[in-house]
Write a protein of this length. Structure first.
Length: 188
């Protein structure tokens, strides 16, 4: 299966409100349309995760980021430009995403991806993509496709047929940026 066919299949599932299991720039993720609250709820249910525990949203560039955040601190652009490893930013006051993705403190975790499959899928979707590790909440993050539990594999609507033999990288660094210019590292 080639990447463009996989992007097309994943897009069709997501467009219908489905959830997918897919490789990201870090670890295997469970994802859906970040603007679809019903699809987001399916992921929370599959992961047995409280809706108060927020999830990361992937984007493919500046245009998508500005569609979700009106005000982006200048330091966010510096971090995005300088980060050598995948880095997730937690930013204030998101909009145009499912309400059940927004944390109680009115923030949303986002990452700009460069990985080919995710980038192309986001290009086709023209919307942000939910990304949460492919495990039941509280269990270890799988380091490869073969470590993903059957419960997760059977619980999604589509499994992307790419990189099944690749060992995952480590989860992204998470940095919280507030509109008053405070910076806090949440996960290294």
């Amino acid at each position: 299966m080639n990447i463009n066919e996989e992007v097309h299949k994943a897009f069709e599932i997501i467009k219908e409100g489905g959830i997918i299991l897919y490789p990201t720039d870090t670890v295997w993720g469970i994802g859906c349309d970040a603007t679809n609250p019903e699809a987001v709820a399916k992921i929370y249910k599959l992961k047995k995760r409280a809706e108060t525990q927020s999830m990361i949203v992937l984007m493919n560039g500046e245009k998508m980021l500005y569609n979700v955040f009106k005000d982006i601190p200048e330091v966010a652009w510096q971090i995005i430009d300088l980060a050598e490893n995948p880095t997730t930013l937690v930013l204030d006051k998101p909009r145009n995403v499912a309400q059940n993705l927004i944390a109680a403190d009115q923030t949303l975790a986002v990452r700009i991806v460069k990985e080919d499959f995710c980038f192309k899928l986001l290009e086709k979707m023209k919307k942000p993509l939910v990304s949460t590790s492919a495990n039941i909440s509280g269990q270890p993050t799988p380091k490869s496709f073969k470590e993903i539990s059957p419960e997760i594999i059977n619980g999604v609507d589509y499994v992307v047929n790419l990189h099944h033999n690749k060992i995952a990288g480590k989860p992204s660094t998470i940095i919280k940026l507030t509109s008053d210019s405070q910076v806090k590292i949440i996960r290294k």
